[in-house]
Design a protein. Structure first.
Length: 134
């Protein structure tokens, strides 16, 4: 093994590396760079540099616990956004066969078959019984 390869292995050992937040920053950087090619703004150029610096800082950081916590926060935000759109898609898909109601106690969204009349239900999350009408 060459000295260069050994030096590179020692340098990258213990570094955080690439994660979901890094990939998001990379796509953001590509969008900023492509936009700046057509617009030619100094503000976009500075934003490109900041995103690129933060991206590489996170990738080469040795503080793995902190970078992992940042990534978990990012994944939690993205998860909430995905859940919102997944619920909208499911509501649209099930609009003829099912009705969606929120639990009055914990505000969980529950799906019920579309059967006209008054119904009693128990929330599976908080075990709160409630009454609703379709």
């Amino acid at each position: 093994m060459s000295r260069f390869k050994q030096a590179m292995i020692r340098f990258f050992a213990g570094r955080y590396g690439v994660d979901s937040l890094y990939r998001f920053c990379f796509v953001l950087w590509l969008i900023l760079a492509a936009t700046n090619m057509f617009v030619g703004s100094k503000i976009l150029y500075v934003l490109e540099l900041l995103v690129m610096f933060w991206m590489f800082f996170r990738c080469f950081s040795k503080n793995i616990v902190k970078r992992s916590a940042e990534n978990q926060k990012y994944l939690a935000i993205v998860g909430k956004i995905k859940d919102f759109f997944r619920l909208k898609r499911n509501k649209w898909r099930d609009r003829k066969t099912h009705s969606y109601r929120k639990c009055p106690s914990c505000h969980a969204t529950l799906r019920f078959p579309k059967v006209k009349g008054e119904h009693d239900a128990t929330c599976p999350r908080c075990k709160n019984p409630f009454h609703f009408k379709i």
